[in-house]
Write a protein that binds this ligand. Structure first.
Ligand SMILES: C[S@@+](CC[C@H](N)C(=O)[O-])C[C@H]1O[C@@H](n2cnc3c(N)ncnc32)[C@H](O)[C@@H]1O
Length: 193
């Protein structure tokens, strides 16, 4: 599928979805690590539950997704909630973030390994990455069916080596009961000041 066809597929999904989605556990569990201010990016934001969380946390929030439907829905929800979010319909593979441009970059449920060096470079000194997505070692069978779009064991630690790890967690099938963390890996890591 080309980029256009892929965006159309996502437009349909976002059109059918009931609400804005869920706030990522990597944010909910690490509120204390959020900077007090500065510029944040929710990359591949979908309908923007995370972007709204970041805006409510006092960050100047930008949110990008290549689905025009997702961005329309986020704009509408932000307006209703009187939140200021700078949204863009943007293919992040074609137009990744500029170097030294954000104090926080959040990525949830989106895995494009070739973007990772650009994400690390996009951080300003002291800036932080919050990243969460699905692992291959599954318990609940949530997330993408394609193996390539799921993380290998410890993969986030390898992808973001060079940053200082502040938090890391990986919940595969070793757990006896499902939780909201099942099948997910997450990292918070920062660039040196
Ligand atoms: C599984 S959804 C995750 C949405 C959101 N981050 C969340 O956690 O709810 C993946 C998102 O990536 C977006 N996406 C996929 N490829 C993209 C690309 N090349 N550029 C921008 N957005 C993209 C899709 O439109 C979709 O909204």
């Amino acid at each position: 599928m080309n980029g256009q066809g892929h965006a159309e597929k996502w437009n349909r999904r976002h059109h059918e979805a009931a609400d804005s989605g869920r706030v990522a556990q990597v944010l909910l569990r690490n509120r204390h690590l959020l900077p007090e201010g500065g510029k944040a990016l929710d990359l591949a934001c979908g309908r923007g539950a995370n972007a709204m969380f970041l805006a409510r946390s006092g960050l100047e929030t930008h949110a990008w997704d290549f689905s025009a439907v997702a961005i329309e829905r986020l704009d509408e929800e932000a307006r209703k909630n009187e939140l200021e979010i700078q949204t863009q319909v943007r293919d992040v593979l074609v137009r990744p973030p500029q170097p030294d441009s954000f104090d926080l970059v959040l990525v949830s449920c989106f895995l494009e390994r070739r973007l990772v060096p650009r994400l690390m470079r996009a951080l300003r000194p002291g800036g932080m990455i919050f990243y969460q997505t699905f692992v291959r070692d599954v318990y609940l069978h949530r997330g993408p069916s394609t193996e390539e779009w799921r993380l290998a064991p410890n993969e986030l630690l390898h992808l973001f080596q060079g940053l200082q790890v502040r938090y890391y967690r990986e919940d595969g099938k070793i757990f006896s009961a499902p939780t909201e963390l099942s099948d997910l890996a997450m990292i918070v890591a920062s660039r040196r000041s």
